[in-house]
Ligand binder design. Structure first.
Ligand code: FAD
Length: 348
């Protein structure tokens, strides 16, 4: 630690960080299933690693991690460091951060990325308090300067989301960031890819861990818009909270969830957990249906990476049509029930 602190007060020129090489991604899991942001970060990490000509490294922590390890390689990792033990089954800050710190100190990656989820934010913050380095939170754009600076260019909205700030960590390594889900694209799954697997010990006995996970209680209204494959989103054009029931029916028929524009959320028609956009969630579903949403830039940044976008709007010049794959011009109160009926008829 003394050595690390000494480096912290280094002068403002670039120290020699040549011992640090590689891009590391924390693979977040719950009950053995990875959060999709982990695969998205491997996709983006692959681009950064290729630009820097280094390995893409995955860090897997959990119990029963065999499939996650295979998946990490299939999604682009060259090397996987795996800590697998019963006491690591559920996320807890101390045992996870101890393993992560050990791996980071041993492997010395120049960049470490986490999903900007509750777990990713907690773990990255805990690690950053022990390592003499910075942490850029909630990034939406990642890039690197090539050799010799090899700097991570971590960009995120700033000043009430009115500006995009690019944050550099010139003096310390590793460079760390959390990144929003839904912004980056996972690589296609390639089961034929090969990679190295390194086993890491758990480092803490159950008896040493103060926090105990007694039970997971799912919220009554389980809702995770970032993981949804289909989103039917409504805006001010709905005119009130009631018509969201029409959207829910269509979403149910398609096996999806309901999203919303900020105008609908600000009007109190639906909770903020449903808001898509710059100050809401960034989503990347297979299908996004925008209903009565004009297509303001702050909304579009949150959904433009959807695989297929259908927009329903009575204004043929609505900007949402510029990002839509299919445009349905007309009254949503006629179109949405007709679509629901058609989907149900096809399914029955
Ligand atoms: P409107 O722009 O009012 O559009 C309503 C649309 O409904 C119109 O196009 C109209 O033609 C159509 N319509 C009306 N009636 C019907 C009908 N019967 N049938 C079919 N179509 C109909 N917005 C977000 O969504 N998410 C964000 O995260 C977000 N963050 C922001 C952050 C900042 C810093 C700022 C300044 C703004 C942010 N906004 C955000 C707000 C954004 O600028 C827009 O005000 C908002 O997206 C507009 O919502 P809307 O499209 O639902 O409403």
């Amino acid at each position: 630690m003394a050595e690390e602190n000494k480096k912290k007060s280094a002068p403002d020129d670039m120290p020699d960080w040549s011992a640090y090489r590689g891009v590391m991604i924390f693979i977040e899991q719950r009950a053995g299933s990875a959060k999709s942001v982990s695969w998205q970060l491997l996709g983006e990490g692959r681009k950064l690693a290729d630009k820097l000509e280094v390995d893409l490294i995955a860090l897997v922590i959990g119990h029963g991690t065999e499939q996650l390890t295979k998946d990490a390689i299939a999604y682009g990792a060259d090397r996987v460091y795996v800590a697998d033990a019963p006491e690591l089954k559920d996320y807890r800050t101390r045992p996870y951060s101890r393993v992560a710190l050990h791996v980071i100190r041993e492997v010395k990656p120049e960049i470490v990325l986490f999903g900007a989820t509750a777990t990713g934010r907690d773990l990255a913050g805990a690690i950053a308090t022990h390592l003499p380095t910075g942490l850029t939170a909630d990034c939406t754009i990642l890039d690197v300067e090539p050799h010799p600076s090899r700097l991570l260019l971590a960009s995120r909205p700033a000043f009430s989301e009115k500006m995009l700030a690019t944050i550099l960590c010139k003096q310390y390594r590793p460079q760390m960031a959390t990144a929003r889900a839904g912004v980056f694209e996972a690589l296609p799954y390639d089961a034929a890819r090969g990679g190295e697997v390194h086993a890491i010990p758990s480092l803490m006995d159950e008896a040493e861990i103060e926090a105990q996970v007694l039970q997971f209680i799912e919220a009554t209204e389980r809702f995770d818009i970032e993981e949804a494959d289909v989103i039917v989103a409504g805006g001010r054009g709905l005119g009130g909270p009631e018509p969201f029931k029409l959207l829910q029916e269509l979403a149910d028929a398609l096996g999806g969830v309901v999203g919303a524009s900020r105008a609908a959320v600000d009007a109190g028609w639906i909770k903020h957990a449903h808001q898509v956009g710059q100050t809401g969630y960034t989503v990347r579903p297979k299908l996004y249906i925008a209903v009565g949403i004009s297509g303001a830039v702050q909304h579009v940044v949150g959904m433009q990476n959807s695989d297929c976008i259908i927009a329903i709007n009575r204004d043929k010049d609505a900007p949402i049509f510029k990002v839509a794959n299919y445009a349905i011009i007309g009254d949503l109160f006629k179109i949405v029930p007709a679509l629901t009926a058609a989907v149900k008829a096809k399914r029955s």
